[in-house]
Ligand binder design. Structure first.
Ligand code: 5GP
Ligand code: ZN
Length: 115
């Protein structure tokens, strides 16, 4: 665990947060500042700073995050209406927490935009 990483602490259960799902590889919890009616983050329990720091051995783990997002979307009842998964990487994408995470956004028609 990265000792100063908030998402490592949430994944380890050291910080009280609204966790929806946890398994041996990943944790899903509500975003603290939602930008959509449903805004959930899915993180690996093991620290990876961003997509840029992914190694080949992380491929299945990052794929698992998408699978967990699918499970959570179904459990939350937004799978058929639709949802967006996004992974911000680096400054131009506005990444603010350097522990890789998938945003699951849903609950309304989402604007299609770049930037
Ligand atoms: P990024 O901009 O790095 O892609 O997204 C980081 C997200 O993490 C933001 O949507 C922000 O609201 C969320 N966030 C930051 N700190 C915390 C926290 O301590 N708890 C939770 N639940 N979400 C957080
Ligand atoms: Zn971390």
């Amino acid at each position: 665990m990265a000792s100063d990483c908030v998402f490592c602490k949430i994944a380890a259960g050291e910080i009280d947060s609204r966790v929806l799902y946890r398994d041996e590889l990943a944790t899903a919890f509500w975003d603290i500042h939602p930008v959509a009616p449903l805004h959930i983050l899915i993180v690996p329990n093991r620290h990876i700073s961003s997509v840029n720091e992914m190694n080949a051995e992380d491929e299945a783990l990052v794929g698992h995050l998408v699978y967990v997002a699918k499970l959570v979307a179904k459990e939350q009842g937004v799978d058929q209406a639709g949802y967006r998964l996004s992974i911000n990487t680096g400054p131009n994408a506005g990444q603010s927490v350097f522990h890789i995470h998938v945003h699951l956004l849903a609950g309304k028609p989402l604007p299609i935009h770049i930037g």
